[in-house]
Ligand binder design. Structure first.
Ligand SMILES: [Mg+2]
Length: 203
């Protein structure tokens, strides 16, 4: 049986922050740039609020969330992150892949499943929901599913994996993940992940 890898969705396979930037710009008639959403260094939770505060922009996040749900339903408007589709195809030759997201279950579950089926039609990916507030942590879920790796851009989820005996790859180079928790492997892009897990560059 192939070893299992759990992959996060937002800012790992989907270009979520870019989508939020465009939704907010459009909603408020402003012109924040991609770099505005990367240059602030702040914690993952509350990161967007920190960005908006730094720019003196008032955003009602509830309104933005409603718009995001329609964006994720409208599949063309939530793009995949560069290299994600190719990399998942490569990984799937050697590993069994699942997706794990902390998107709020009732609000986002249907649109998330639809987005995955529409954007990654050639991969059979089951979506699990964990890590939102009092839910089971992603690390606990990965442990229970006997997962070898978690790939996630949130240092807190990576840390929960390590605590539960699961290897963790901190993905990307974002304002919210400048510091990698102890024991976590950092990969800044999908080619790095493929190098590590498929070509076994550094295991
Ligand atoms: Mg994420």
């Amino acid at each position: 049986m192939k070893p299992k890898i759990a992959v996060d969705i937002d800012d790992v396979i989907s270009d979520s922050t870019e989508t939020i930037r465009l939704v907010v710009n459009n909603h408020l008639g402003i012109d924040l740039q991609p770099d505005d959403y990367r240059s602030v260094e702040a914690d993952y939770w509350g990161y967007y609020e920190a960005v908006w505060q730094s720019k003196n922009v008032n955003v009602d996040y509830q309104e933005i969330e409603e718009r995001l749900i329609s964006k994720t339903n409208n599949h063309e408007n939530m793009p995949l992150l560069a290299g994600a589709e190719f990399a998942l195809g490569e990984l799937s030759k050697k590993y069994s892949l699942i997706l794990v997201t902390s998107r709020k279950q009732e609000k986002f579950q249907k649109s998330t499943d639809a987005w995955v089926r529409s954007n990654l039609p050639n991969l059979d990916l089951e979506v699990y929901f964990a890590g939102h507030k009092k839910d089971k942590s992603k690390g606990e879920l990965c442990r229970d599913l006997d997962t070898k790796y978690l790939i996630d851009d949130n240092p807190v989820h990576c840390e929960s994996a390590i605590k539960n005996g699961v290897n963790a790859i901190l993905f990307g180079n974002y304002g919210w993940n400048k510091t990698a928790p102890t024991g976590v492997i950092r990969c800044e892009s999908w080619p790095d992940v493929v190098d590590l897990l498929v070509n076994e560059r550094a295991e």
